[in-house]
Design a protein around this ligand. Structure first.
Ligand code: COI
Length: 361
């Protein structure tokens, strides 16, 4: 059964001129729209109090569980404005399913997938004026999340959870995006172990990535590339994105699922590979294979896949005592063709053969 998220509009919307200035240069994650969706869960009442209301701060008791034990999950998705003015989501059902899997792993209550989809669509409708008309890669980034909102210090699943969706007009995640990013291969930090939370989209995974991110920046890199935690020297993923390789003999290879995030963009490129004459392969990739393949030309391209990053070329790698580039250090042709095609589907410029787009306005 679907629940409505009734709208009560803010009486203090952002003035039009201020909004226009933000939309002209949104950056990533800096500005927020006028409304938010919320719902509350308790064992006695289940999910209740679904609504879209003015964007406002949460008021929390200092003992609120999430502040202590990080019982929290989130999603990242985007609303795209097409040339005819209509507004669409890309594979929101995949985000809804992943949100449910993350909730199970973090012992948070299950939000019905239909409620996830309704809340996101209704928030976009409420804040339609915030959906950018793209000149490049602009969209309305949507951030559904859920956290333990019970005020209690015992370590057990919280008996109160808050679900919320906020929205933020966004440009490219990496200012250097299309020219390519460089990666620090950390031998100090890992991201996830078998049985851990690697496949869940939970805040704790990202908190734990920040020290490694500092290490990457200290080495002049944009992001971290994690290796597995069992010491097998296999590639896992980058701080905010999955990794894919293109080989000279026409394969698109990405690490198999297990401890990595089940990325929607990762799944999208695997589904599209054959249209580009590439054979998709999900398997383990060793660091040695990446290094020797980049050196002898059998790996021709490497790219990152993620909602925020879309498809971003990975052009250079550094680790303790070594550095190498992929190809000539510029974005590869398959990477750019896949990137253009994914963006063309998302912005309605290419046929949506897989039925991935869902219209909201
Ligand atoms: C996304 O791609 O939406 C992500 O979740 C990455 C984010 C942490 C910036």
């Amino acid at each position: 059964m679907t629940t409505d998220f009734p709208l009560s509009r803010t009486t203090h919307p952002t003035p039009g001129a201020e909004r226009a200035a933000i939309l002209a240069d949104p950056g990533f994650g800096r500005y927020f729209t006028d409304h938010m969706a919320t719902a509350t869960w308790t064992p006695a009442s289940g999910w209740h109090d679904h609504k879209i209301g003015p964007l406002e701060p949460f008021s929390m008791h200092p003992s609120t569980a999430v502040l202590h034990y990080a019982q929290e999950i989130f999603e990242g998705m985007k609303a795209y404005r097409h040339a005819d003015g209509s507004v669409w989501l890309f594979r929101p059902d995949a985000n809804a399913r992943r949100f449910a899997r993350s909730a199970a792993r973090l012992a948070l209550p299950q939000l019905p997938e239909e409620d996830f989809l309704t809340s996101v669509a209704e928030l976009v409708r409420a804040d339609e004026v915030w959906v950018p008309t793209p000149t490049d890669e602009e969209s309305l980034y949507l951030r559904p999340f859920m956290f333990a909102s019970e005020a209690f210090l015992g370590v057990r699943p919280a008996a109160r959870a808050t679900y919320c969706v906020i929205a933020s007009p966004a440009g490219p995640y990496f200012p250097s995006g299309v020219t390519g990013v460089t990666l620090w291969i950390s031998s100090e930090y890992t991201r996830a172990a078998k049985g851990g939370t690697g496949t869940a989209k939970c805040g704790g995974n990202y908190a734990a990535s920040l020290a490694a991110q500092i290490e990457a920046q200290e080495h002049g890199c944009d992001q971290v590339m994690y290796l597995d935690s069992a010491g097998e020297n296999t590639l896992e993923e980058s701080g905010t994105m999955n990794v894919c390789l293109i080989t000279a003999d026409g394969r698109l290879v990405t690490p198999a699922l297990g401890t990595i995030l089940e990325g929607v963009t990762r799944d999208t490129v695997l589904s599209l590979a054959a249209d580009f004459g590439l054979t998709p392969e999900e398997r383990s990739i060793s660091l040695g294979e990446l290094r020797s393949g980049a050196a002898d030309g059998s790996i021709t391209e490497v790219f990152a896949a993620g909602t925020a990053a879309v498809i971003t070329p990975m052009v250079g790698f550094k680790g303790e005592g070594y550095a190498f580039t992929v190809g000539d250090g510029t974005p590869g042709k398959h990477t750019m063709a896949l990137r253009d095609h994914v963006l063309d589907i998302q912005y309605g410029r290419a046929e949506d053969k897989h039925g991935w787009m869902r219209r909201v306005l």
